[in-house]
Design a protein around this ligand. Structure first.
Ligand code: MG
Length: 399
């Protein structure tokens, strides 16, 4: 099973409503772009072996998307002036690889809410087995995801309005799937007849073939105007399994010369200081490691190395704010954090409110979502002997 995603469009209606932003397929959506979301379901479907993305000649956004998706299934080609031209270019790119009877599906670059179940149902309907490469029966005109029209439909006719019988009316969605040679022939025929089709099925229908209509979710919406982004965002939150990420962190510093320790960004008087390159704030270091761990982005030492002189004596809250920015860039936010300070002294009870306020401010959340507690180690081990102090942190991130 091959796939083509025409993504070379300028989206005139979207550009007008979004006031000159990037093309709609690159509009930001829940920590990704519309195009990334549109490609994800295809890339996750094991029966889809390759996805050809047709891009505008002056596209500068795609390389970032490709790096993020990091999929060997993706190929690219140059798009055309129209959607039809872009799909044709995709078919020509596939021509050396695809057999005439191979299935090829076409999906809109601006349909980010396709869910795996609908895609699976579409492929099941055409009998695409595990390999996804079974030949099409010659009489089958492919299949189209579609949603029945539930509203009463009106047609304006000059001086009066008529009610259209909605029986048998469907909204055509994507993906749409056809046999490779069938689609290529149908699109060539449409082009030579000078007909601009609005979906691939229209070209196939012109050949006297009947695509199957496979009922899909009405939430598989197309981004046409800027306001559709908010709708798509709500739909994705509601229908997709949004990632939840858990992370843990641990940090220790030995006591040394000094008259205070920094904990959660609060300066707490103490007969000893800590030995550290930065300000040695174990609470913030453990919390940074927990967030970075949840993001799958290594640890604090990788981002703010000890060897870098700019971090000498650094205020650790700078690290926490930088980590929070990475979290935001990944489209995630803190659901909650739980921090335990392990120390015989100092006592933190009087400082807990100030600590949680600092941490919450840096992470951009309400203070109620952050719990800071402390324990001794019953005079056992290095902490019990007063040689140093430590902190543990756990976080949960979500969208
Ligand atoms: Mg540390």
């Amino acid at each position: 099973m091959w796939a083509i995603v025409p993504a070379a469009g300028r989206g005139a209606r979207f550009a007008a409503s979004a006031q000159g932003s990037a093309p709609k397929q690159y509009a930001p959506l829940l920590g990704a772009t519309v195009l990334e979301w549109s490609l994800r379901a295809l890339l996750a479907e094991p029966r889809v072996h390759a996805v050809v993305v047709a891009l505008a000649h002056d596209d500068v956004e795609w390389p970032k998307v490709q790096v993020k998706l990091d999929s060997a299934k993706i190929q690219t080609t140059l798009g055309g002036v129209s959607r039809q031209d872009s799909v044709m270019n995709g078919l020509e790119t596939l021509a050396p690889q695809a057999a005439a009877d191979d299935w090829v599906l076409v999906h809109d670059a601006a349909r980010p809410c396709l869910n795996a179940a609908d895609l699976g149902a579409l492929l099941d309907a055409i009998g695409a087995g595990e390999t996804g490469l079974q030949a099409a029966a010659p009489s089958v005109g492919g299949a189209v995801l579609a949603a029945p029209i539930v509203d009463t439909v009106k047609r304006e006719l000059g001086d009066h309005v008529a009610t259209v019988d909605r029986q048998g009316l469907w909204r055509a969605l994507t993906p749409q799937v056809f046999a490779f040679a069938q689609l290529r022939h149908a699109l060539k025929e449409a082009a030579s007849a000078g007909i601009a089709v609005t979906d691939e099925a229209q070209a196939v229908e012109r050949m006297g073939l009947r695509p199957m209509l496979v009922q899909g979710s009405p939430f598989n919406v197309k981004i046409t105007r800027a306001a559709d982004l908010a709708l798509a965002s709500d739909i994705l939150k509601m229908t997709q399994e949004m990632p939840m990420r858990v992370g843990q962190g641990f940090d220790v510093h030995a006591f040394g010369e000094g008259d205070h320790v920094m904990l959660g960004g609060v300066r707490i008087a103490h007969p000893k200081g800590v030995v550290a390159h930065s300000d040695g704030d174990v609470v913030i270091h453990a919390l940074c490691d927990a967030v970075l761990g949840a993001l799958g982005e290594g640890d604090i030492g990788r981002h703010f190395p000890d060897s870098d002189p700019q971090y000498r004596g650094a205020d650790s809250r700078v690290f926490l704010r930088a980590v929070a920015a990475r979290m935001q860039a990944a489209g995630l936010k803190l659901i909650n954090a739980d921090v335990t300070v392990l120390a015989e002294a100092p006592r933190i009870a009087a400082h807990r409110g100030a600590m949680t306020a600092n941490l919450a401010a840096d992470l951009g959340v309400r203070a109620q979502l952050i719990n800071v507690k402390a324990t001794t180690t019953e005079r056992l081990g290095f902490i019990g002997r007063g040689e140093g102090l430590a902190a543990l942190a756990s976080v949960l991130l979500g969208s």
